[in-house]
Design a protein around this ligand. Structure first.
Ligand code: NDP
Length: 284
């Protein structure tokens, strides 16, 4: 006879778009199974006007945490008890963690990126060029600055968002940031250590979209990172590999932000290779 077992399952969730197969759900549930955790991770569609009720429901039903995607990352803050310092600086939360009775807002996007970067270099003193100034770029900018990057150049199409991120970095971190209005192909300056695409250019289905960048100015000694997880091999990833750069794809960041959330919810350090394999299966 088999051992009696508890049927209580701890719950985590993502509030966001309804997609047939949510990659984060596949990744987190693969890790729950691998680590024999009787937990579930659910994908729940929540309309913007229902977000407060959804968070109260999450609290009432004893969820241990959750993730948020667009359009909830900023609005959710007013419904939480507090945020971590970094999430407060970014003004965006992608991960909720229950701490006793409190729901705490954390942002694991930038931390996931820094974790990937640390696998190839120490960000301390590095000179970074980043395309984009949206949610992902804000999270990455703050975390690379907190991790010790010295110079961050933000190249963005809209001046308002770009200058907003530059002000945030200059006012709230020790890094020096400057804004470049994106107009035509951008030349990566000599002396750049890390180049990051934090825009949505190249995201499925626009896989052939080209980032306005003079690829001849990429050097083999540079680290080139693309945040786009789908497809993992973007045009930028392919071109940077051909030049001989050290390349980080968007799956690494997605796995690492999942690893950080998983540890915060369960206390267990998950196996990243299991999580990456689950994502690779979803993204084909
Ligand atoms: P946002 O909508 O907040 O920001 C999009 C950014 O891309 C803006 O800077 C926008 O510029 C720029 N952009 C979009 N299209 C163009 C274009 N045609 N030309 C120039 N600039 C453009 O999105 P997010 O920051 O939330 O997400 C960005 C990407 O990051 C997405 O592809 C997402 O999948 C990915 N991501 C990956 C994660 C991971 O773990 N790997 C985690 C989170 C996000 P402008 O300000 O001028 O509009």
């Amino acid at each position: 006879m088999s051992e009696p077992r508890s049927f209580k399952q701890d719950l985590t969730c993502v509030f966001g778009h309804p997609v047939a197969e949510n990659p984060t759900q596949a990744m987190i549930e693969a890790a729950y199974q691998h680590h024999n955790l009787d937990w579930r991770y659910l994908t729940i569609e929540v309309l913007p006007q229902d977000l407060g009720d959804a968070v109260r429901g999450l609290r009432a039903m004893g969820f241990r945490g959750g993730n948020l995607t667009i359009p909830h990352k900023v609005e959710v803050i007013q419904h939480l008890d507090r945020t971590t310092e970094a999430a407060g600086l970014m003004g965006a939360v992608n991960c909720i963690v229950r701490d006793g009775d409190d729901l705490v807002g954390e942002n694991t996007d930038g931390k996931g990126f820094v974790q990937s970067l640390l696998e190839v270099t120490d960000p301390t003193g590095k000179n970074i060029v980043m395309f984009g100034a949206g949610g992902a770029a804000r999270a990455i900018g703050v975390e690379v600055a907190l991790a010790g990057a010295s110079q961050i150049t933000i190249v963005n199409r809209s001046a308002e968002r770009g200058e907003g991120l530059v002000s945030l970095l200059n006012d709230k971190t020790d890094a020096t940031a400057n804004f470049i209005q994106w107009d035509g192909d951008y030349d990566i300056p000599d002396g750049t250590d890390v180049v990051i695409n934090a825009t949505s250019i190249g995201l499925f289905p626009d896989v052939d979209a080209r980032i306005p960048l003079n690829t001849a100015t990429l050097k083999p000694e540079m680290i080139v990172s693309d945040v786009i997880p789908n497809p993992p091999e973007t045009r930028l990833v392919r071109e940077a590999n051909e030049i001989g750069c050290t390349v980080l794809d968007g799956l690494g960041m997605l796995v690492n932000q999942g690893v950080i959330g998983f540890k915060l919810w369960t206390g267990v350090d998950p196996d990243p290779s299991v999580m990456r394999a689950a994502l690779e299966e979803v993204f084909g």
